[in-house]
Write a protein that binds this ligand. Structure first.
Ligand code: 0X9
Ligand code: ZN
Length: 449
């Protein structure tokens, strides 16, 4: 009996990430607009998933399934698009990620220290347990709200943190959410660390004296769990409707589902696409919950930050057409102050943040994004944070072709979305610097008006 249990456990362990066998990722560097649009067309043509979207002056990272790799490379060579391997074996990256997460769990067990959810990538129940615990231990300043349920019925929770029970209307409200995109695991620890600093380890009294806080560390719990159990690179929700295709290709991109120029830019009508915006604005329980928080607190909300990854960017509206809002000066000033605060705390391994208009900085337009919607309904300062991912580059002979697997792409280092768990706490700490400085600068700006 015991042997069978062991055999089954091994089978499960080996089966993990099996669907990613043979997948590779490539850096792609278009030199012209034309090359950029060819790369864009490969998304639907060859089912390419861009971890980082290329721009003419910036390398992107493309995830390519085995059956399309030959054609992908042929097109790049034919079109003269510069490229090189990013990860030659995605599955091994995923296995390493699992091992590092497990090793970190073991470290905490060995030390008999409780593992905090900003020390490692934890599953939903542990994240929710932490929120329950914080709320139970600090009833005077924390109120936990279950705002709704995800498509699969999981609670979507946030903490309201206030020294005056949200009753002092002279205070400003700050709203932070995370993990709208399931695979962006680093974002939830960053939001949870903000809770820790506001409640358990308060070092700056001003933050509760002047502000009421709403922190929603997990806006897409179904997608998040699915990215742990089935597909690590899952991005969307897990919803479907009566349409058979929607059942076969589930989910909606939450950050295309808000009611702001919905379905017009940077979206795809195909259910299977990662940027599918849904059948209508706010079709998703998960985005309605965020919308309701924004609306309910609109009169006092001065700052909304929706945390994503990766790319080390602080983005502000408008992201659908690259135009600037009437509050562009304020958006830029506070954006730069937040990036400076992050920079002052950062580690040398993290890339430096870029601040600016969403479309111009990230290099593509997108409609239906939370940051734009929040600003359009009247939140004066709204940002998408793209937290850092680390790209190890071992290419020392500068050639562009795909044959140089031996020179670099040492896949024993984690890259991009697979941010090594040892970096979770440093990222959370520096992100907190950005959020807290953002709150103070936002207040100074709003009061000076
Ligand atoms: O594309 C997105 O949804 C965000 N980037 S991510 O890599 N996390 O997917 C950026 C959204 C910013 N766009 C707008 N504000 N329109
Ligand atoms: Zn995202």
């Amino acid at each position: 009996m015991k042997v069978w249990i062991l055999v089954s456990l091994c089978a499960v362990a080996f089966a993990k990430h099996e669907i990613y066998t043979g997948w590779k990722s490539y850096y792609v560097a278009p030199a012209t607009q034309e090359q950029l649009s060819i790369l864009g067309s490969l998304e639907s043509k060859l089912d390419v998933d861009y971890f980082v979207r290329p721009r003419v002056d910036r390398e992107g990272v493309a995830l390519v399934k085995p059956r399309y790799q030959e054609e992908f490379l042929n097109i790049l060579v034919k079109e003269g698009i510069s490229h090189r391997v990013h990860s030659k074996d995605i599955k091994s990256q995923l296995d390493i990620e699992d091992e590092l997460i497990e090793a970190r769990h073991a470290e905490f067990r060995a030390r008999s220290t409780p593992e905090k959810p900003y020390d490692n990538y934890l599953r939903l129940d542990a994240i929710y347990n932490y929120m329950d615990e914080v709320a139970a231990n600090h009833p005077n300043i924390v109120k936990q709200v279950t705002a709704g349920r995800s498509f699969e019925g999981r609670p979507i929770k946030y903490l309201k943190i206030s020294s005056t029970n949200f009753e002092d209307t002279s205070k400003s409200v700050i709203f932070v959410d995370a993990t709208m995109h399931a695979r962006e695991w680093i974002t939830t620890p960053a939001a949870l660390y903000a809770i820790h600093k506001l409640v358990e380890n308060r070092t700056d009294p001003e933050l509760l004296d002047h502000f009421d806080w709403i922190i929603m560390p997990m806006s897409n719990p179904d997608g998040y769990e699915y990215s742990h159990t089935n597909e690590r690179f899952w991005r969307k929700t897990r919803s479907f409707d009566r349409n058979l295709i929607s059942f076969l290709c589930r989910g909606v991109d939450g950050n295309r589902n808000f009611d702001f120029h919905w379905g017009t830019v940077g979206t795809s009508d195909h259910n299977c696409a990662d940027i599918y915006p849904g059948t209508k604005p706010f079709s998703e329980n998960e985005t309605r919950v965020v919308r309701d928080v924004l609306k309910e607190n609109l009169s006092r909300m001065i700052l909304y930050i929706t945390i994503h990854s990766y790319g080390s960017m602080i983005l502000y509206p408008w992201g659908h057409d690259g135009s600037l809002s009437n509050n562009a000066l304020g958006l830029h000033t506070v954006g730069v102050a937040m990036a400076d605060a992050i920079y002052a705390k950062t580690l040398p391994v993290f890339p430096r943040y870029t601040v600016g208009n969403s479309l111009l900085v990230i290099g593509y337009g997108s409609s239906g994004a939370a940051e734009d919607y929040a600003h359009s309904i009247g939140v004066p300062l709204t940002y998408t944070y793209e937290l850092p991912g680390i790209e190890h580059d071992y290419d020392d002979d500068d050639d562009d072709d795909e044959d140089d697997d031996d020179d670099f792409a040492n896949d024993d280092h984690l890259k991009g979305f697979h941010l090594d768990p040892q970096y979770i706490r440093p990222v959370a700490e520096e992100t907190w610097e950005g959020i807290s400085v953002g709150a103070k600068r936002a207040r100074a700006i709003v009061r000076s008006k």
